[in-house]
Design a protein around this ligand. Structure first.
Ligand code: NAD
Length: 482
């Protein structure tokens, strides 16, 4: 994406216009020489009837210009309004959300003065696919979808990022002790890719204790790569413990497009008062300059900004009488950065960007595995007599045929038939697992015949999941107790 000189800009809502104005003034004064193609997004556009918060013409500009600098927007509550951020990330394939968090001691208060952590969050998959269904009176499901290419893309990106920015370690965080197939795939791909980067240390934390490490020992971490939901949560924890929520910028990067923004929202309660800190958006803009190859300008701005922090010129959110020299507004903060362009910080570590830090990711070729249908889970909405699994099990056993037989029934993942425990709570959502008999090869017709019989017996089946082996390896989980 080098030699781009025109970028799409959105001033957003709340404090958006003030911080964007401050940011663009700094970019211009530093000689970024960018043309801004301004679009309107957010509250006004939602209220004008676009449920997505963006018009078709604005979409075209974002697609054509490829690079998008976006101020925060306000998503109206309720109604059918969709999150514009999620729409933009997914529609443009912005698979990597990169969120650096660094402490700036002693100028900005932080418990972890050496913290310098980058969260690389998968941005397109996981529970954020938003595929949800209510299936029975009592049970609702959200689908968690993880793909091999999606995992490989983000993991390779994290290692390439570490290489480009001279980082020493990449830590993967998953919950694969529980989600052995989805999180297990992510961890497996991480282990495979890590072997290609022998100079970069690689390790793995289970996400629960990993989050505690982010909160308690963030200085031990360097680059963290993780799935969408975990990344969303730990990047906010990281920003908070660095003591600088208002300072963080972030990038959303894809193969052909990228969007840059502040981590924070539109802060409506302080809008229009010239008190917001423009640093988050400015740091997002610096990431943008690096991405489009204007690394000298990025460096000039970042170092002037560090010098401004160091000189104690602070906006209200970071102003502390013991640490700061001058309380300034949004505009005056931008003026102070502009006045320091060309200067470097004396105490804080100055930045130096490689000239070409653009990161590309190439996926490996994966042979297609042989897929064999070995059974089916039929989910049934059933209350029966006192929700007794014995009754359901004995009835369904009678429809076992020469190809398929009832193996087990589980309720929310816990085995309840045969040999369930009377203590287990049963909802109205039953997973009835039918397996192929020894030596039988199944096809979809066998499943349809089975479903026909279940239907004739008056059961309300609400969903099916096919059970496959891939190259002879089980591609589905067992129930607890199976
Ligand atoms: P917020 O980040 O806007 O504000 C949280 C707190 O931080 C507030 O006290 C606010 O005053 C303060 N704050 C935030 N940015 C600041 C800055 N630059 N300088 C000084 N103080 C700052 O979060 P919120 O209040 O939960 O959300 C407000 C709106 O922003 C909501 O409509 C939400 O949907 C939206 N939002 C948008 C984005 C985005 O566009 N990327 C991200 C998060 C939230």
């Amino acid at each position: 994406m080098t030699s781009i000189n025109k970028v799409t800009v959105a001033y957003g809502d709340g404090i958006g216009p003030e911080i964007m104005d401050a940011t663009l003034r700094i970019l211009d004064a530093a000689g970024a020489a960018l043309e801004y193609d301004v679009i309107e997004i957010g509250e006004k556009v939602y209220k004008a009837g676009h449920e997505s918060g963006i018009s078709a013409e604005s979409w075209e500009k974002i697609r054509t210009n490829k690079i998008f600098l976006k101020a925060p927007i306000t998503t109206p509550q309720g109604g059918g309004f969709k999150s514009l951020n999620v729409t933009i990330r997914k529609s443009l394939g912005l698979f990597a959300n990169v969120r650096p968090t660094r402490a700036y001691p002693p100028y900005v208060a932080s418990h972890f003065p050496h913290m310098d952590l980058v969260v690389v969050r998968e941005n397109e998959e996981d529970l954020y696919a938003g595929i949800e269904h209510q299936q029975t009176n009592e049970v609702v499901q959200t689908l968690k979808l993880i793909s091999r290419p999606g995992s490989e893309k983000i993991i390779r990106y994290a290692f390439e990022y570490a290489k480009a920015y001279g980082r020493r370690k990449v830590t993967c965080m998953t919950k694969d002790n529980i989600m052995k197939h989805s999180d297990g795939l992510f961890h497996k791909v991480f282990n495979e890719v890590a072997t290609e980067y022998p100079d970069i240390e690689a390790d793995h934390w289970i996400i629960d204790i990993g989050s505690a490490v982010v909160a308690q020992r963030p200085e031990s971490l360097d680059v963290v790569v993780t799935l969408n939901l975990y990344g969303d949560i730990i990047s906010d924890i990281a920003a908070e413990v660095a003591g600088s929520v208002g300072l963080g910028g972030s990038s959303n990067v894809g193969m052909n497009h990228a969007m840059f923004e502040a981590i924070h929202g539109s802060a409506p309660s302080i809008a229009g008062q010239n008190i917001a800190n423009p640093s988050g958006l400015l740091n997002g803009a610096v990431m943008m300059l690096v991405e489009i190859g204007k690394t000298d300008i990025a460096e000039k701005i970042q170092n002037a900004w560090l010098k401004t922090l160091e000189d104690g010129i602070h906006t209200r959110d970071i102003y502390r009488t013991q640490r700061s020299n001058e309380l300034v507004g949004t505009k005056e903060f931008a003026d102070a950065v502009i006045a320091r362009l060309g200067e470097r910080p004396a105490k804080l570590r100055a930045v130096k960007y490689n000239e070409d830090v653009h990161i590309t990711v190439k996926l490996s070729e994966q042979p297609r595995k042989r897929k064999e249908l070995v059974g089916v889970d039929v989910f049934i909405d059933w209350e029966g007599e006192d929700r007794n699994p014995e009754t359901l099990g004995k009835t369904l056993e009678t429809i076992s045929n020469d190809k398929l037989y009832l193996k087990v029934i589980s309720n929310r993942g816990v085995l309840v038939y045969p040999n369930g425990l009377p203590e287990t709570f049963n909802s109205d959502h039953w997973r009835c697992r039918f397996s192929a008999r020894e030596g039988i090869t199944l096809d979809n017709k066998d499943i349809l015949i089975l479903l026909g019989t279940i239907q004739e017996m008056g059961f309300d089946f609400i969903k099916t999941e096919h059970l496959y082996d891939f190259d002879g390896e089980r591609g589905y989980s067992l129930s607890q107790g199976e």
